[in-house]
Design a protein around this ligand. Sequence first.
Ligand code: NAD
Ligand code: TDX
Length: 343
Amino acid sequence: MTVIITGGAGFIGSNFIFHMLKKYPDYRIICLDKLTYAGNLSTLKSVMDNKNFRFVKADICDRETVCKLFEEERPDVVVNFAAESHVDRSIENPDVFLQTNIMGTSVLMDACRKYGITRYHQVSTDEVYGDLPLDRPDLFFTEETPIHTSSPYSASKASADLLVMAYHRTYGLSVTISRCSNNYGPYHFPEKLIPLIIANALNDKPLPVYGKGENIRDWLYVEDHCKAIDLIIHNGRVGEVYNIGGHNEMKNIDIVKLICRELNKPESLITYVADRKGHDMRYAIDPTKIHNELGWLPETKFADGIKKTIKWYLENREWWEEIISGEYRNYYERTYGNLNCYT
Ligand code: NAD
Ligand code: TDX
């Protein structure tokens, strides 16, 4: 079996590559990644010499190069993680989100049609459902919840999902889609809440919390997400959407305080900053379908997963310190300028 994994130099894609190479040592795994600011080749260094692994630096929007790779490798399965993934950046500049997340998806699926595949899997997000009110804890996102997006990021991911279903209906492409809640774990880029708070706390820098910190996210350890995608590409029903989430809803402020406690840092580092524009209030996934059909259940409890994650950031300082000292500084200064954390 040959599997092309796009966006494999990013957070979830790299964890998925590690999972697949370990679990299926005779699969051929090809990572196609543009290496944007969010992609790090150093993340993949432990697998670069694996004879069943190949890394190709390319843009999923580059039709010619994508087709050349499909011609050479004749993949059975394509798993598309490649995306612009940060909501705040999409608010600053939507263009590249539309290009990569929508156009890139169509280029990949055109190549799948041309060369034939057994499965195209689109890694989507719970953000396509919009948000839920804080005062209705009885409500959850199911696969039937209408698409209702808030940010240019979520609108671009929802557009891609619609295209994927259109390619299935119109061309009979063998597709599946997964919509997962917020992930956390190793190799999470330090612009996202959990790694940002860990990195700032370790450096005794202010911990920026948007608005009042009351917004709720439903956190899942990244390995559990990878296991769910593995099940879907092997056993999921073609043309179906699967929600992935572990019923672990937490307020942002509670996460930030928990990280302070774990690192023995004072809560006085917490700094309330201007709210995100259009900030979604609450995400909460109902994972009944993937549990009933594929037997998936999350294995890592948040209390353990967050400890493992913090330990990883403590033991891999060079990985994230290199990121926060590079080009990322410009973004940080534009976004959190008055906090001036890395100067
Ligand atoms: P990430 O930003 O860490 O990684 C994205 C990767 O895609 C990077 O390696 C980047 O170089 C690559 N990439 C970007 N544009 C590309 C292009 N045009 N061509 C080829 N490669 C390109 O993202 P992530 O957090 O790992 O998310 C992966 C996927 O999972 C995304 O599709 C995202 O929407 C989805 N998702 C993420 C989460 C989460 O909590 N992080 C939750 C649900 C769904
Ligand atoms: O500095 C911050 N302060 C803060 O309060 C940052 C970066 C975030 N936040 C808040 C915003 C959100 O309510 O924390 C919450 C989590 O923010 P992010 O880590 O940016 O994640 P989110 O916007 O929820 O989106 C993530 O989950 C769904 C991923 O980045 C998406 O790619 C995925 O689709």
